[in-house]
Write a protein of this length. Structure first.
Length: 802
């Protein structure tokens, strides 16, 4: 072995220079590849892309290895590939054959590049194309698509492969899709005219023609939400440089969706726009009705114009039936991720109440000529400012619910992601003609939120308000609401008469968890003696009116979910009233209402009075009443009239009967007595009547004399010209002749048949059979006389004198 060492040593010396040359050569090759081959690869790829139609392509190789390269590619303006992986086949690095091209995170501006930009990739000389992640922008919209597609180019068989699309989580609200939508898997085949898609849930074709393209896609069996059931639909789309359109329809067992969109855009009543869309939904799960959303951009960079409407919407969750909504405006964004909404005109919402009658109601906003409503949102905070009028309608006749001028209401509001932060509003005047004709003037509404106070973070205050309700004196209104709208809230306040001792206490509470609330209006004891003229307390009543006694009462409202209920009571203690046509003494009683919608009271409400004079004078009044269906129902009672007695009983359909006895004929015809006639006789009988509001109306019946009597002029025979005329010649003929007969008349039968409202408009027939020895030869005569209020009422209550 020692002898062999020199030989090995000599061989080593002989091969060493060769080894050094080989290593240096390989290093040079590697260095040359490092320096020159990426540029060669870039040039080759740019040339291949140009052959495929991407004449403006730019390639930047970031890394390269034996047979592969990784680059960033700008295929065209508006079409960029963040990362492209190229793999080549063969022994040579970056050989002639491109084995595969994998594109990751592709950004496509469809408005700039059109719809065929990606399709031209199929012209590349590659065996396999792979696409992962696509960010598509159309105008101001940007939609990230979790897309993974792999296409293989077989020997003469064209491109075939598979694609999987996972819909974005925010594309459909989580409430509909339970947070996610299942991925869509389709087989893809590239044909001479375009692309064919085949899948269980999605199928269709994409056709390419020159610079344009169109797609017809059908979907079926999509399960978006359990309430909606399986969904099926179709999509028709076509595009070309500077022009595109989309038509979409979708159906479930309970709903139908249609959408039309395009650019440029023409729509009914809208001038040409850069682009626009109109979406319409009919039904949705348990919801009935239809809704429409229209969007368009009038000019490049201009705010979006939108219109939102809904009709005949009905659902268990809605407090209204056949609800409707309409509003339109502008939506504008900026580079700082902020946006602003401005209503372009009136907005309205309404429908029919669930009150058993379907009463129409609506509430709206009208900016008028100089008003506005704007909403700003930036960095998680919102601000709204408005100026205009709140308007509305209520009832079958569409009577005004709320009305006002164009600048009656001014308000600002601020909120963030946790809710309202501040609110400030003032109203010059708000009117509610259908709600007792109420009018609110000069009110200021303010609100602030203290989130550190968890028990009552909200405080809302209404002050400086002057409430006017027809028939009532003006009220100075002050309210305060504290609490948490989601949990519990408390209402307190008062309404005091302006220049009168009227005082109302206001209280209430709200339970957000139970969706239940109640409010109470309590009338503090009001001494009528402290009001010199009740006309100042109740404007419009004939005056002056003096009063005495005490009045108290309350009104209660309860809201449970969508059901509004009400009750109330009124108590009268020794009330006396003195007015020109009304006198009441010793009025006592309590009226309790167990429902306000409609008005209803328990049976047996009792009122009593010593004396009531409203045309007729009645005394010792005691009435048992009930309010049912908004009507006053007499259940029984007693009263004294004209020296006799009337016992009242209820009749069908809310009517009443009166059994009358012991009525003095002279007191029943006070005008005749005052004119100097003497009348003898006692009347009895039965009358039937009904109530017209609070006014009793006699409809049928008669009072008859129980025995013969006499009618005579007490001053004797004054001659035909001297006899006072008590009959109205407008209702009776031959008044002078009849007056002569009644001057000394002995009757054998007499009946009084009153009809009409009890008061100055009461009418009656007086049927009399008897003789006057000096008239008509002393033969019996029958008289049928028409009497009015001038005959039946005391002279001070009758209209005019005869």
């Amino acid at each position: 072995m020692p002898k062999a060492f020199p030989v090995l040593h000599s061989d080593y010396r002989r091969w060493l220079p060769a080894a050094v040359l080989v290593v240096a050569g390989l290093g040079g090759v590697a260095l040359a590849g490092r320096l020159f081959l990426p540029g060669m690869a870039e040039r080759r790829l740019v040339a291949a892309l140009a052959d495929a139609g991407y004449t403006q392509a730019q390639v930047t190789v970031r890394r390269a290895g034996w047979g592969w390269a990784e680059a960033g590619i700008r295929l065209a303006p508006g079409l960029e590939v963040e990362t492209a992986r190229l793999d080549f086949a063969g022994w040579l690095p970056w050989g002639d054959e491109l084995a595969s091209l994998a594109l990751s995170n592709v950004n496509l501006d469809a408005a700039r590049q059109g719809s065929t930009a990606l399709a031209r990739l199929s012209a590349l000389p590659a065996r396999r194309l792979e696409l992962t992640g696509l960010q598509m922008a159309v105008g101001d919209w940007s939609l990230p698509l979790d897309l993974h597609a792999v296409l293989d180019h077989g020997d003469g068989a064209g491109w075939r492969g598979h694609a999987t699309l996972t819909p974005p989580s925010g594309l459909i609200p989580a409430a509909l899709s339970h947070g996610t939508l299942p991925p869509l898997d389709v087989d893809v085949t590239v044909t001479d005219t375009g692309v064919r898609l085949d899948g269980a849930a999605l199928s269709g074709t994409l056709t390419l023609a020159g610079d344009g393209a169109k797609a017809d896609v059908t979907a079926k069996g999509w399960h978006v939400a359990d309430a909606l059931g399986p969904l099926s639909g179709s999509l028709a789309w076509q595009g070309a440089p500077g022009r595109w359109s989309v038509t979409l329809t979708a159906d479930t067992p309970s709903s139908h969706l249609s959408l039309d969109s395009g650019g440029p855009w023409m729509d009914a009543g809208v001038t040409a726009a850069v682009w626009g869309l109109r979406a319409k939904v009919v039904g949705a799960g348990d919801w009935a009705g239809q809704g429409t959303l229209a969007l368009n951009r009038p000019a490049p960079g201009a705010p979006l114009a939108f219109t939102l409407s809904a009709n005949d919407a009905t659902a268990a969750e809605l407090p209204l039936m056949a609800a409707f909504l309409s509003l339109s405006g502008r939506l504008d964004g900026d580079a700082d991720r902020g946006w602003r909404v401005d209503l372009a005109g009136p907005a309205q919402i309404g429908g029919r109440l669930r009150d058993g009658q379907g009463t129409p109601i609506s509430l709206g906003w009208d900016p008028g000529a100089d008003g506005h409503l704007g909403i700003n949102w930036r960095d998680g905070r919102g601000h709204a400012d408005l100026q205009g009028a709140v308007v509305g309608r209520w009832g079958p006749a569409s009577a005004p619910l709320v009305a006002g001028g164009s600048t009656d209401l001014r308000a600002t509001a601020d909120w963030d992601g946790a809710g309202m932060v501040a609110l400030d509003a003032t109203a010059t005047a708000l009117e509610a003609p259908s709600l007792l004709g109420a009018r609110l003037e000069g009110a200021r509404l303010s609100a602030d939120v203290d989130r550190a106070n968890r028990a009552a973070p909200w405080r809302v205050t209404l002050d400086q308000g002057r409430l006017q309700i027809p028939g009532l004196a003006p009220l100075a209104l002050a309210l305060s609401v504290t609490g948490d709208p989601v949990a519990a809230m408390t209402l307190s306040g008062q309404a005091k008469g302006v220049g009168t001792p009227l005082s109302l206490g206001l209280s209430g509470q709200w339970d957000g968890a139970k969706v239940k609330g109640d409010a109470t209006v309590a009338l503090s004891p009001l001494s009528l003696a402290d009001v010199p003229d009740l006309g100042t307390l109740l404007p419009g009543i004939p005056g002056p009116v003096r009063g005495d006694g005490t009045v108290t009462g309350s009104l209660r409202l309860t809201l449970v979910h969508r059901d509004l209920e009400g009750s109330g009571d009124l108590r009268l203690d020794d009330v006396s009233l003195a007015a020109p046509n009304l006198t009441v003494q010793g009025l006592n009683g309590q009226l309790a209402l167990d429902s306000l919608f409609p008005l209803h009271s328990p049976p047996g409400q009792h009122l009593s009075a010593k004396t009531v004079r409203a045309g007729f004078t009645v005394g010792d009044v005691g009435l048992d009443l009930q309010v049912a269906g908004g009507q006053l129902v007499l259940q029984g009672g007693d009263l004294a009239w004209a020296g006799g007695h009337a016992h009242l009983t209820p009749e069908g359909n809310g009517g009443f009967g009166a059994d009358v006895s012991g009525v003095d004929l002279a007191q029943a015809l006070p005008r005749w007595t005052a004119a100097g006639y003497g009348l003898t006789g006692t009347l009895a009988g039965r009358l039937l009547g009904r109530f017209d509001g609070l006014t009793p109306v006699i409809t049928f019946g008669a009072l008859a004399a129980d025995k013969p009597g006499r009618i005579a002029y007490a001053a004797g025979d004054a001659g035909e010209a001297g006899l006072p005329v008590v009959l109205n010649p407008a209702h009776n003929g031959n008044v002078a002749l009849i007056t002569r007969a009644l001057a000394d008349f002995d009757y054998q039968a007499l009946s009084l048949l009153p009809t009409g409202p009890v008061g100055p408009d009461l009418r009656a027939r007086l049927l009399v059979r008897g003789v006057n020895a000096g008239f008509y030869g002393g033969y019996p005569v029958d008289l049928d006389l028409e009497l009015d209020g001038g005959d039946l009422l005391p002279p001070t209550a009758a209209t005019g004198t005869r």
